[in-house]
Design a protein. Structure first.
Lengths: 268, 264
């Protein structure tokens, strides 16, 4: 087939067309329409990072909360699966960048991390819309359970409670950011789940998603924002493992493997 | 017009769309019109890295090495990392990224293989085990400061107290199949070499000898070692993905500086 058509790739060939920025190496750099060094040079790094994602500026109180979203979930425990990748890289004497970059890639899991973040953000925004329309959250909850058999942002693998909730609620109270409609929707969902038969508590993913939604983040912007959320906890895992004797992190012996496959046989 | 230079791959465009490939050629061979269905996967792999097609013996040894390296097993750090990805249901690519990152290093990984190949290249015809081992022990520094010190001679297992049977079997089988000077010498002298170095041989040492005998450079060997170890990582990641994280070891925590303990 051809039908006299020209490839749509032709109009994109040979140049990068962008509104996001460019590097005029040796002269200047442009970041989302601003001269990086002249106009944005004194910006807080996280403020620049979020500006890069959403194109919006945030108040000092909002930036403080955005910082805290990362701080409160920085756990340097090498047993946690994504952190374990960074630590195993250190133990296997791989490079720090490779180990931590892979650990960040692994953080895009379906049962925690980015896979939950983006689903939680979508769910919280649907719950807020339902409340705003005077519908209550029950239909939203049932629909989410029907689609995923779980509600992203409620309940938690490994543990029942979430130690990150109380300090974050205290912080947003202090910063005057505790009245947002998405946060109220997240709390309303938790109350609904507690009052019903589900007995699920809100976890940090729902709280963080509600807070950024109240700042105007879309679910995908929230997902991009949380990309480095576990990063601060990963570096110590890599460093300690790389300083221990090589290959000694969580070694598994042959009898640690429980084989459940076919019995020994010969290759035909 | 901007152009990518390559001596590996040539594509002829469809006459009506320069973004559609009519035929693709690897080192001059028509991939879809000639190789496909006739060349083995290892032939294609070889051809991507080398200018000429492999001999039967070379292809046989590379294929045997690929079988040896296909799965390091769930105890291996790179496979362990891939399983950590699988059990959390991270994307498939994350499992392979984890396996690649952890399997890239200087302990059992691709950097170790490259380091061993580099030393082999400087002494392809060992005069004696003692001379060979002396040179080997003196040449273990990383090529770039991004890699941590390995603290052991490449190709040997610093935590080993015995040579694993699978390493002995792999070495002997590869040497028997189409071994070149490195594999044959290593297989013949292994006990004496290990006694002189003070450590048992590791699978990375066998891989380095095989890749060197096949004529690959250390950089090619590093890349092939990364590639050839991925199948097992992928399979074990998928197996864990289908199970529950509750069935996977989480281990005990022995926290040395717990502030709660210190204030208690």
């Amino acid at each position: 087939m051809n039908n006299g058509m020209t490839s749509p790739l032709e109009q994109h060939a040979g140049r990068l067309r962008t509104r996001m920025g460019g590097a005029f190496v040796g002269q200047r750099a442009v970041f989302r329409g601003h001269d990086l060094h002249a106009e944005l040079g004194d910006m807080d790094w996280l403020a620049l990072y979020t500006f890069g994602i959403t194109g919006q500026r945030y108040t000092p109180a909002q930036i403080k909360v955005l910082h805290a979203i990362w701080v409160f979930t920085s756990y340097p425990d090498a047993r946690i699966w994504n952190n374990r990748v960074a630590a195993l890289a250190g133990s296997a004497r791989s490079s720090g960048n490779l180990g931590v970059a892979a650990a960040l890639a692994v953080s895009e899991a379906e049962i925690y991390g980015r896979g939950i973040d983006i689903r939680a953000a979508g769910f919280i925004q649907r719950a807020r819309q339902a409340l705003a329309a005077g519908e209550g959250v029950d239909a939203c909850v049932r629909e989410e359970l029907k689609r995923h058999r779980a509600i992203a942002g409620y309940g938690r693998p490994i543990a029942a409670g979430d130690e990150r909730i109380a300090p974050m609620l205290r912080l947003i109270e202090q910063q005057g950011l505790a009245d947002g409609a998405h946060l109220q929707a997240a709390l309303a969902v938790e109350k609904h789940l507690q009052d019903g038969r589900w007995r699920l508590r809100m976890n940090y993913a729902a709280l963080a998603a509600a807070l950024t939604a109240d700042m105007g983040f879309t679910p995908r912007q929230h997902y991009q924002f949380t990309f480095p959320a576990f990063l601060a906890g990963m570096q110590p895992c890599y460093i300690e493992a790389s300083e221990q004797p090589a290959g000694t992190l969580l070694p598994l012996a042959c009898d640690n493997i429980a084989y459940e496959g076919p019995a020994s046989r010969s290759w035909p | 017009m901007e152009q990518v230079r390559t001596s590996i791959w040539r594509e002829e465009a469809e006459p009506t769309d320069r973004f559609a490939t009519r035929s693709a050629h690897c080192r001059g061979y028509d991939v879809y019109g000639d190789l496909l269905g006739r060349a083995r996967w290892v032939d294609m792999l070889w051809l991507l890295f080398r200018e000429e097609a492999p001999t039967e013996a070379q292809a046989g040894l590379l294929e045997a090495l690929a079988v040896a390296l296909a799965n390091a097993g769930p105890r291996d750090a790179a496979v362990h990392a891939a399983m950590c990805s699988g059990l959390g249901r991270s994307p498939a690519a994350a499992a392979l990224m984890a396996a690649l990152a952890v399997g890239a290093g200087r302990h059992g990984g691709a950097q170790e293989v490259a380091a061993a190949m580099t030393i082999w290249d400087s002494r392809a015809a060992p005069e004696s085990v003692a001379l060979w081992a002396a040179g080997w022990l003196a040449a273990a520094a990383p090529t770039s400061p991004i890699w941590p010190e390995a603290d052991h001679p490449p190709g040997f297992e610093p935590n080993g107290v015995v040579t694993p049977g699978i390493v002995c079997d792999a070495l002997q089988r590869l040497a028997d199949i189409a071994g070149g000077p490195r594999l044959r010498w290593l297989a013949a002298q292994r006990p004496e070499i290990e006694a002189t170095v003070g450590l048992p041989l590791a699978m990375s040492g066998v891989a380095a000898a095989a890749l060197g005998d096949l004529g690959f450079t250390p950089e090619q060997g590093e890349m092939l070692h990364l590639l050839l170890r991925l199948p097992g990582a992928a399979a074990h990641a998928l197996e864990q993905r289908a199970g529950s994280y509750k069935d996977f070891p989480f281990f005990a925590l022995d926290l040395q500086d717990d502030p709660l303990k210190e204030t208690a």
